[in-house]
Design a protein around this ligand. Structure first.
Ligand code: G3P
Length: 244
């Protein structure tokens, strides 16, 4: 496959839209089938570690198959991460990933925000790819992502905390940089470990998150709502609304 086979029509470049954008951070089709029909998620994000966790081969053939499954599950946008030992390998893989747009889905190519990664991202962007710079751990990298004009910059909150840094403060500073400079790069917070982290960041104005299945399930869990729903059904049946 050749990146330059991409038709102009494949290269839509939407402006940043206001409002909440939630993504499912999983390469497991079972997660997609469970959560995408809820209509809550704009798309899915994946990377080689998520493929490994899902027992999915990191091959172009399998990623193409997975992308087809994502489309069938109703996914409108997928972030696929390139890989490779050299910039050339990463550009080649990224170009092939971008072509998955031909399956009828918006594709963003994820590239780690290393120096090599930026060189790779620049080549891919120059060929019309939309880019998510990923594996971001400090506000300076967000400044670079904004300078690059990346579509998304993905900080890893949980891993920041694991490394003994103040993850929440760092992510909030990243948000401030993008908002105060009027950047079009969108902060896509990843490596979230709980619904409370998402809620806390959202209450401070962050609006774009990619969450794994456990956090998605956590957000969906509210016993009082389940109790209220059961009470509604009981009342409906008491008042003549029994199922026929
Ligand atoms: O997308 C981010 C994810 O792959 C890393 O998160 O779960 O290893 O902290 P985690």
């Amino acid at each position: 496959m050749d990146l330059f086979e991409l038709a102009d029509d494949d290269l839509t470049l939407p402006e940043n839209e206001p409002g909440m954008q939630l993504y499912l951070d999983s390469a497991d089709p079972a997660d997609w089938e469970r959560f995408l029909p809820l209509g809550v998620f704009r798309g899915v994000t994946t990377n080689p570690v998520l493929l490994e966790r899902a027992g999915q081969p990191c091959t172009m053939e399998n990623i193409e198959d997975l992308t087809r499954q994502a489309v069938e599950a109703g996914c409108g946008e997928i972030h696929l991460q390139t890989w490779g030992r050299t910039a050339t390998e990463m550009i080649n893989h990224g170009s092939q990933l971008a072509l998955m747009a031909g399956l009828g889905i918006e594709v963003l190519v994820k590239v780690p925000a290393t120096e090599t990664g930026l060189r790779v991202a620049e080549k891919l962007a120059a060929s019309g790819c939309r880019i998510t710079l990923t594996g971001i751990f400090n506000p300076g990298q967000v400044l670079l992502a904004a300078g690059f004009d990346a579509d998304f910059a993905a900080p890893y909150l949980g891993r920041l905390n694991d490394a003994g840094r103040h993850g929440m403060a760092a992510v909030l500073k990243m948000h401030d940089i993008l908002i105060s400079t009027g950047s079009t790069t969108r902060l896509l917070v990843a490596s979230l470990r709980s619904a409370d982290q998402v809620i806390e960041l959202a209450s401070q104005g962050l609006d774009t998150f990619t969450i794994g299945a456990p956090v998605a399930a956590d957000l969906l869990t509210e016993k009082l709502t389940d109790d209220a729903a059961a009470d509604f059904q009981r009342a409906a049946e008491t008042m003549g609304g029994a199922s026929s």
